[in-house]
Design a protein around this ligand. Structure first.
Ligand SMILES: [Zn+2]
Ligand SMILES: [Zn+2]
Length: 136
């Protein structure tokens, strides 16, 4: 049996890595925070992220992280928005707004289409033997 020891991405503690990159304590901590956020949103469906952060012990950044990771799904919470990383448009999932996600996908596709290789330079075996002479 292989045991992978890793540093928790969240608290830095060493732990036996079992698939996730955070330790069991942090998993539990995150689950509790998620439950707190969900409970708060059930009571305040129109709250925004700042209000949820104020009403719970979860920070704004942590809440955004949960949403980006897809762990906190927003269905009836129109005010739970945070700015798109690219253009700042309010968004409710992922790192980018729908428009930017579309554009990024297009850019990635274009990058895959590299121009044909040319001007690689002379591949001839030049120089070899040229100028070689033996004095005897
Ligand atoms: Zn941890
Ligand atoms: Zn955007």
């Amino acid at each position: 049996m292989t045991v992978a020891i890793a540093n928790c991405r969240r608290c830095g503690k060493l732990f036996n890595r079992m698939g996730r990159d955070i330790c069991p304590d942090c998993v539990k901590d995150e689950d509790e925070k998620l439950a707190t956020i969900r409970a708060y949103l059930r009571q305040h469906p129109l709250a925004n992220i700042y209000e949820v952060a104020n009403g719970t012990d979860v920070s704004y950044d942590e809440i955004v992280q949960f949403i980006r990771d897809g762990r906190l799904l927003l269905r009836n919470n129109p005010n739970m928005v945070y700015p798109c990383e690219r253009c700042g448009t309010p968004t409710q999932s992922g790192r980018l707004c729908a428009n930017c996600a579309k554009e990024m996908a297009r850019e990635v596709k274009n990058e895959g289409r590299r121009p044909a290789e040319k001007d690689v330079g002379p591949s001839r075996d030049s120089g070899r033997g040229k100028g070689y002479y033996s004095r005897s």
